[in-house]
Design a protein around this ligand. Sequence first.
Ligand code: NAD
Ligand code: AKB
Length: 321
Amino acid sequence: MSKDKILVIGSSGQIGTELVHSLRAIYGVENVIASDLKLTDQAKEGPFEVIDVMNTTQVHEIVKRHGVTQVYLLAALLSATAEKMPKLGWDLNMQGLFNVLDLAKEKIIERVYWPSSIAVFGPNTPRQNTPQYTIMEPSTVYGISKQAGERWCEYYFKKFNVDVRSLRYPGLIGWQSAPGGGTTDYAVHIFHEALKTGTYECFLSEDTILPMMYMPDALKATIGIMQADADKVKIRSSYNLAGFSFSPKDIAEEIKKHVPEFTITFKPDSRQQIADSWPQSIDASEAAKDWGWKPDFDLKQMTDDMMMNLKRIKKETLIGS
Ligand code: NAD
Ligand code: AKB
């Protein structure tokens, strides 16, 4: 039986929906507690708690009651939403992190996973093969909160010996869940619209290249860094992580191989400016060196797998954009 009791906070979002399945397959259903602001269908599959990560007392009580040893903190406002609600974006992204880091500081929990993002980089960052250590200067509220969060993670590790682990995810693409308000969301919506209507209006311009990753690779990296020996996790701010990079035009070409009649149009909105401030590709060699990171999927393999799975599910369950 697993000695780990895991709490996933923000479990009903794009990553949590899939991560909870993977964690339960490894640690057992009863040892993985899903939690989010509202009750969702996840409650039918195993332990679930309604939680507000901003509520220190509530988080503390749930962790104690379940004997939680590890927290995966996924609750956050993403880039596009945080630009619309900057105060809430900052408060949620920072206060949630402090509430969880403090539990580890008080030795109530043993290990924390907290995701950062390519959004920590900004317009003055080298955009190709962006190194682990470079100019950052993020220009979004989301990016500022992630950069500050990285600094706090490293601080808690050095000052209080908190075992916190983190990855700078690129844009994530998966077929099991909808994205939650980011700049890279188009790369999920495009598949659903291609199958539902055969056409998609993209909110980024055709040549906007961004780093992306298929969800199975993101889950492999997440669980991989959490299971790595502590001495192998040398970076305690957050690791660069890379899958593959493409533009809306590139992915549209791949989708056309499955839906030949598919057409795409481009109507850039405020998210274009965010995308233009982010890297186009990421150097993940530190993650490869320290704990063996290697992605399995490229653009073609991801598109083939997305299409195969989305064609299997009912048309009515495809998401709108
Ligand atoms: P999401 O928006 O899909 O899900 C976030 C979940 O948190 C939602 O279910 C929401 O209800 C919940 N939540 C919001 N406020 C809460 C609160 N006060 N208390 C408890 N739960 C609350 O986000 P995601 O895409 O699953 O991202 C998870 C994490 O990964 C975030 O930190 C995000 O910044 C990071 N990340 C995601 C991506 C990506 O492409 N999805 C890329 C880089 C980093
Ligand atoms: C977003 O677009 O906000 C996220 C991210 C890359 O952090 N997908």
